[in-house]
Ligand binder design. Sequence first.
Ligand code: SAH
Length: 245
Amino acid sequence: MTGWVVVAGLGPGREDLITPEVQAALAEATDIVGYIPYVRRVPARPGLTKHETDNRVELERAAHALEMAAAGHRVVVVSSGDPGVFAMASALFEALEAGPEAWLTLDIRVLPGITAMLAAAARIGAPLGHDFAAINLSDNLKPWDLIEHRLRLAGQAGFAMAFYNPRSASRPHQFARALEILRAECGPRTLISFARAVSTAEESITTVTLEEATPEMADMRTMVIVGNRDTRRVGGYVYTPRSAP
Ligand code: SAH
């Protein structure tokens, strides 16, 4: 049996937002590897082994996937959303770089998925219709100072912004600080949307101004989208014009 590794994105939650290409890879797989809640989204079937791992062991998980593929398994490494956006695709290539040379000839493919940012933007209207920046607010893999620096510059540059991992119990104060910076750089009237659990039964979407926004409006299941100075409401929607403000 010839092994392979596919790194696949399962989309934001709802099953019909998984691409047919990813569904086909899941149907052919012998092994599914990933963070527990994502692996659980793949239905069990005979011949399929599910390897559920904890959140912070991405490199070990990636190396395990490559080892299994080298031994002839057909392995799908699953992420939510898109695997290339703050997820497993980079971890897999890091493990490949650090691993034995024989792994370089393995059949490795990355299959795109609908990232949370795009699913959220579509529910809100078109907040990312002009230039924007996607920023991970978690300081697990980079210092908080760098995050503040990027927020300031993106605000000064007039980018709309999409924030992944906006707030967690282990760092409750940082999102409050991010809001302060955004108010100063983007102006208090700029619109900010909180899109929680998009495409699941718990979905909720709220838009307020930066002035009205409070840290409690975000948690780890929320995508936060800040408009530029020209982002506005029309009916129940929020959109950013395609031209520069
Ligand atoms: N690879 C994923 C992102 C992983 S980071 C992707 O492309 O979507 C995890 C963060 O994504 C969460 O903290 C949250 O900010 C966001 N997220 C993931 N799924 C979401 C959903 N259904 N609704 C809103 N935000 C979501």
